[in-house]
Design a binder for this molecule. Structure first.
Ligand code: AMP
Ligand code: GLY
Length: 427
């Protein structure tokens, strides 16, 4: 099987690494890839959103399966494009209809409402009902959650303490296009209390299996302070996602979601990322994403022992039932090393030096590229270090030890990844 993987982050390096070790995969292409994926297959200079060029590449290189790493090609309809244009090439991911779960907040809220899936109360607001939106805000207790309906590169969610400010931002989003066309419709949500976690499910349209749980660390600063980032680290599995909690997630969220999609005539194929709040042991859905998470993938995939090629083939061939998912029992702790200044302005082109690493550590690259045989920084999130150990404490210590040894000018990382979970566990 020849695979074309789309994307360039740490998640894609994780896919590429494990696909390159698969006995099912003959050739792996990555578009556009990064300095790490370059060691796992062939990086290709191709725009994943230019479907005609992707199709042409697949035809000339005998690609059997396309695997989109991020949501953009899925939300833009890559699955439907190939189903119509060239059905012999399979795309491992959900249809455009299903991808609305991530592509439109109002779509996903309506879907959850009609299938009785627990989630925050909400109101959809656009140019026509701003006054109703303001009245809804008045009924809520702070903080106030405002979400741009469409994709806004992870920036379209505002959480505000002040009612006046919330009303002002609502207007800015809708009337002044604060997040472009993405915020011409806004979803106002009740604020959910609790601890957040991400749960991942893989489905072939009929069968589904749990891929794992992870907690990610979104803020740039220690103690969850400062600006939001793409993610500064992750822990998997999540200790509070115990059997009792996961049973509720299965019964109240996973099954009604997948059955709901099927009952609406759109069975879900691919990976579904469910962002959840755990409030006193009860799950509530914060968001759906139609792909793996980044940095969660960097903590989840190193624990997965199942052949990655077999798993992806099962999704497109519809035989997930036959595939057994097996895991390393150890805990994974993952920390991202980022460029100084990120998530605001930062410099690129700093030379990276990687020490020899222990065999319980996996190094996955994101914002890197190779230049004249040197590895240099090429993005905000540069690379992640994942360590597997018997206990969370040991996994965190091992990840931090390696993080210290990698060098590049401006290297920045959070040293408190997982500390909140350790406290919860011990207290
Ligand atoms: P989303 O893109 O919908 O996942 O929102 C981004 C982040 O904002 C989430 O990961 C949460 O940390 C936070 N968030 C979103 N919606 C809510 C909510 N209703 N209550 C509390 N926090 C939220
Ligand atoms: N870790 C959050 C995301 O991938 O969207």
């Amino acid at each position: 099987m020849n695979i074309l993987l789309l994307g360039s982050g740490g998640r894609e390096h994780a896919y590429a690494l494990y696909l390159s070790r698969s006995k099912k995969v003959s050739h792996l292409y990555i578009a556009p890839g990064n300095g790490g994926t370059d060691n796992c297959g062939t990086n290709i200079n191709l725009n994943p959103l230019d479907f005609d060029s992707v199709n042409e590449f697949c035809l000339t290189h005998a690609v059997d399966v396309i695997l989109p790493g991020n949501e953009d090609p899925l939300v833009a309809g890559i699955v439907d494009y190939f189903a119509e244009k060239n059905p012999s090439i399979k795309v491992a991911g959900p249809s455009k209809w299903c991808a609305q779960l991530e592509g439109s907040k109002s779509f996903s809220k309506k879907f959850m409402e009609s299938h009785s899936i627990p989630t925050a109360a909400y109101k959809e607001v656009n140019q026509k009902n701003i006054v109703e939106g303001e009245q809804f805000l008045e009924k809520l207790t702070p903080p106030y959650v405002l979400k741009a309906d469409g994709l806004a590169a992870g920036k379209g969610v505002l959480i505000l303490d002040n009612l006046m400010e919330a009303k002002q931002e609502l207007k800015l989003m809708i009337e002044e296009a604060k997040f472009g066309a993405a915020s011409s419709t806004v979803v106002i949500e009740e604020f959910l209390k609790g601890i957040e976690l991400s749960v991942f499910v893989v489905s072939d349209g009929e069968t589904w299996k749990l891929l794992g749980s992870a907690k990610d660390y979104k803020r740039i600063g220690e103690g969850d302070t400062g600006l939001n980032t793409g993610g500064m680290g992750a822990i998997s599995p999540v200790p509070f996602a115990n059997d009792e909690f996961m049973k509720k997630v299965e019964q109240q969220v996973i099954v009604p979601t997948l059955d709901g999609l099927r009952s609406e005539g759109h069975p879900y194929k691919g990976i579904l990322f469910i962002g959840l709040m755990n409030d006193a042991g009860n799950p509530s859905v914060v968001e759906y994403n139609v792909r793996m998470g980044d940095p969660e993938t960097e903590a989840i995939f190193p624990r997965l022992k199942t052949d990655m090629g077999e798993l992806i083939a099962a999704v497109v061939e519809g035989n997930l039932k036959e595939v057994e998912l097996t895991y390393d029992e150890r805990v994974a702790a993952s920390v991202f090393l980022v460029s100084q200044g990120y998530p605001e302005a930062y410099e690129k082109g700093k030379e990276i030096s990687i020490p020899s690493i222990e065999n319980n550590v996996v190094l996955l690259q994101a914002g890197t590229k190779k230049q004249n045989n040197h590895l240099i920084t090429n993005g905000g999130r540069v690379l992640s270090v994942t360590a597997l150990e018997d206990t969370m404490q040991k996994a965190i210590d091992a990840a931090m030890k390696t993080a210290e040894k990698v060098t590049f000018t401006g290297k920045t990382y959070r040293r408190d990844i997982g500390q909140d979970l350790l406290k919860l566990k011990n207290g």
